[in-house]
Design a protein around this ligand. Structure first.
Ligand SMILES: *Cc1c(COP(=O)(O)O)cnc(C)c1O
Length: 410
């Protein structure tokens, strides 16, 4: 069969999914446009600042827009935050004090956060544990929050912070939906009004029409090299939340005496605004592309998550392979079809913050940006490739076509 015809059929199988995604992008685009207009974004907001960065109007307006879009009282969006891990660690350190307890209710956090929380044995790395913060976790039960156990633990343990991760990380599990968050937050609040409800929102932004922060979370954190950067933001992270929480984040980002009053960025903020404006479209294309890749792999006999019949609650498509060789071959194909560094061959390596060797394809314009076409996986059983991103749908379709060459003689 003709390859393009085969892909057409796959696209046809996904018609309902694609329509849902169009509707979601439309609502999110509107929300973002409204925030821009309400805050009277002007060209002068794109200029950079130097030194202390006093009266940096771009920074101020950008923070307000994020707060509006994420439905929170306040926000810190900054190129001074180096990545998602940094943003998450910063937000945790900002609100936690010695003897406080963190309770994760979605199992283990993302690989790079584990050491930040639990530390390293016999070594002071300045982790939360080293500062006397305690940690407990409750595993997910059949991919969902173990509500009974969670509520009981919150009653007895009285955690200062309840931690949840929206996306799947490197686990074979479904991401949490906004509805899941809404339900559990409502119930937690009945028992404990004051604990910080904290969400690692990486890969989840604009996948639905609401964010965890608009259904009651106190702190929501993510990376600008992922969804909200729209594929063009050069670096940074964001933290949105209640005024109580964000005040502390501002003081931790710089110093308790000065907070967000300082902080400059000479390059200017145009890409930060423009990236956010484009994010719903970028996210939509990435998810459509991920479905297409998933559908092709399904037809070739592989198991993917989410399947073509399920809704997507992050931008990732997990593809389960039988062997590590097969997995590595797939990741290498993705790299070879990238616009940048297409002649590089990715190999598994020990990356800082990860326990198993990780293989990563990211032939991206912004180094390691996983809202761009990318694929990564720790080399451990089950052999799962985590495919995500793509700046244009057409680029991902080219990958889908090449997969057909590689995996079959259709
Ligand atoms: C990517 C990711 C992180 C870490 O972000 P970096 O920018 O890579 O540091 C944390 N949590 C989740 C769920 C992620 O997907």
């Amino acid at each position: 069969m003709d390859k393009l015809q085969f892909l057409k059929e796959c696209e046809n199988d996904l018609k309902d999914r694609y329509e849902e995604l169009d509707d979601i992008a439309y609502i999110n685009q509107k929300k973002i446009l409204d925030a821009f207009q309400e805050n009277k974004v002007a060209l002068r907001n794109f200029y950079g600042s130097t030194g202390y960065g006093y009266d940096d109007a771009g920074k101020e307006v950008l923070n307000k827009i994020y707060a509006k879009v994420f439905g929170t009282e306040a926000a810190v969006v900054s190129p001074l935050i180096t990545c998602g891990t940094h943003a998450l660690n910063l937000a945790l350190c900002a609100v936690l004090r010695p003897n406080d307890i963190i309770l994760s209710i979605t199992g283990a956090p993302y690989d790079t956060i584990v050491d930040c929380i639990k530390g390293v044995e016999n070594k002071d790395i300045g982790s939360l544990k080293d500062f006397g913060v305690k940690y407990e976790q409750i595993e997910l039960k059949n991919d969902i929050i173990d509500e009974e156990l969670v509520l009981q633990k919150i009653k007895t343990l009285k955690p200062k912070l309840v931690y949840m991760q929206r996306s799947r990380g490197y686990g074979w599990r479904k991401p949490l939906s906004i509805n899941d968050f809404k339900e559990i937050i409502k119930k937690i609040r009945i028992i404990n009004k004051d604990c910080f409800i904290f969400i690692d929102n990486c890969y989840g932004e604009f996948v639905e029409t609401a964010e965890p922060s608009s259904v009651g979370a106190d702190l929501v954190v993510g990376s600008l090299c992922k969804n909200p950067g729209g594929g063009i933001v050069p670096t940074g992270g964001y933290i949105v939340g209640t005024k109580r929480a964000i005040d502390l984040v501002e003081k931790r980002l710089t110093a308790p005496s000065i907070g967000i009053e300082v902080g400059s960025y000479e390059m200017g903020y145009r890409l930060y605004f423009q990236g956010l404006f484009m994010a719903p479209q970028t996210v939509k294309n990435a998810i459509k592309g991920a479905y297409l890749i998933g559908r092709v792999m399904e037809k070739l006999g592989y198991t993917v998550l989410p399947s073509s019949n399920e809704k997507s609650y992050d931008i990732i498509k997990s593809i389960k392979f039988n062997t590590s060789e097969e997995l590595i071959k797939f990741v290498q194909l993705i790299q070879s079809l990238s616009p940048v560094d297409s002649d590089a061959t990715p190999l598994p390596w020990e990356m800082p913050g990860y326990t198993d060797p990780v293989i990563m394809a990211a032939g991206t314009f912004v180094q390691g940006a996983s809202i761009e076409l990318s694929c990564d996986s720790p080399i451990r059983k089950p052999y799962v490739a985590y495919f995500q991103g793509g700046l244009t749908y057409e680029h991902i379709k080219i990958v889908a076509e090449k997969l057909l060459d590689m995996y079959s003689n259709i």
